[in-house]
Design a protein. Structure first.
Length: 364
């Protein structure tokens, strides 16, 4: 029985379209069992890489699957899991790997963002990145991204003493500080690079693609599960995993609606939401994904962390990744989904304006 039929049988009819729920999966998903009255807490950071959580909530995907989910933006995912306050979350893979040796009950359940960009964003009052030497930058110079991307791309020194480093509570605060002239540059993921360019206050001068010229790929961000939650609620964990995959499908097949959700949750202009969704689904490639494959990207991450001394202790791949729930939850095959549902409508290489026109023509 296909997922859509099961949902109809259970009377779970809601706002999400059947296009997003049926897809091209090769096996069924169970939507039965488990305590559906239990409130599940899902955390995410206010970064474009984590868009699936707001979409799953606002598009009704959690509700369709009988889940009672509370999303928490800018939640400190590993710490909250360690405190028993969070059941699942979207997190940068480096932070997740760093939390495991410290005892956080966290594990990668599915991919969320392969490749993907974080940016060095410079105020428009400068024309050359080298002008930033000696200036105020909101960043963490110990971040290995300075060694791997920001420094090499701009020619800037990877030495904190060459700048006035400013600490900011959030990327939004950093953007507002640059906009008002209090700092000269900052590092962040989208939407803040797109906001700067849209408002004409700054420009992206370096970006991280998590991909080498030779094709070596790395993982940016993951959908993580609290291992205690999985042990106590295996059926709910499967539903939550399926919701993650369906949210990503929705972003690809309903990009304008996803952009509107993004704009609302991240408090940015809808055009910025469109720019961001375009980057994640077409402009930078099919970077939003749930597919782990054979784990090569994660293994590349672990090797990179070791080579760059990015973490005090490097966990093993087996400690980091457990894709058993992803395999059992009834998720569609990602590559087949893209080939059948996305490529014919939004082919790779499509320019932004053409993509935007097509995206806006798709009705809910």
């Amino acid at each position: 029985m296909k997922l859509a039929k099961k949902l109809m049988t259970l009377g779970l009819v809601g706002v999400i379209s059947m296009t997003a729920l049926t897809g091209c999966g090769k096996k069924e998903a169970s939507t039965e069992g488990g305590d559906t009255s239990k409130e599940i807490t899902v955390g995410y950071y206010n970064c474009d890489h984590m868009t699936a959580a707001p979409v799953a909530e606002a598009a009704g995907i959690y509700k369709e699957l009988g889940l009672n989910v509370k999303t928490v933006g800018n939640g400190k995912v590993p710490e909250a899991m360690a405190a028993g306050q969070m059941d699942a979350g979207y997190i940068g893979t480096r932070g997740l790997c760093g939390a495991i040796p410290k005892g956080s009950p966290i594990v990668v359940g599915a991919n969320n963002h392969k490749g993907g960009s974080e940016f060095l964003i410079m105020s428009n009052k400068y024309s050359d990145p080298k002008e930033l030497i000696g200036k105020k930058i909101a960043t963490d110079m110990s971040d290995f991204l300075w060694q791997s991307d920001y420094g090499p791309e701009t020619g800037l020194p990877v030495d904190a003493s060459k700048y006035e480093i400013i600490n900011m509570d959030s990327s939004k605060d950093a953007y507002l500080a640059m906009k008002t002239g209090k700092i000269d540059a900052f590092t962040a993921c989208d939407p803040w690079g797109s906001v700067a360019e849209f408002e004409g206050t700054g420009k992206i001068v370096a970006s991280t693609q998590y991909k080498e010229k030779d094709g070596t790929e790395y993982n940016c961000c993951s959908f993580a599960l609290n291992t205690n939650f999985v042990k106590e609620n295996p059926e709910l964990a499967e539903k939550l995993m399926l919701a993650h995959t369906k949210a990503i499908e929705y972003i690809y097949t309903h990009p304008a609606q996803a952009a509107k959700i993004f704009a609302e949750y991240y408090d940015v202009d809808e055009e910025v939401g469109m720019m961001t969704i375009y980057k994640k689904t077409v402009g930078e490639g099919r970077t939003l994904t749930w597919d782990i494959g054979d784990g090569t990207a994660y293994k590349n991450n672990l090797k990179m962390y070791k080579d760059l001394n990015a973490l005090e202790e490097i966990p093993s791949y087996e400690e980091v990744v457990d894709d058993s729930i992803l395999k059992s939850c009834g998720a569609d095959d990602f590559d087949t989904f893209i080939k059948e549902k996305v490529d014919p409508v939004f082919p790779q290489g499509m320019d932004y304006e053409t993509w935007k026109e097509k995206a806006l023509s798709i009705k809910e």
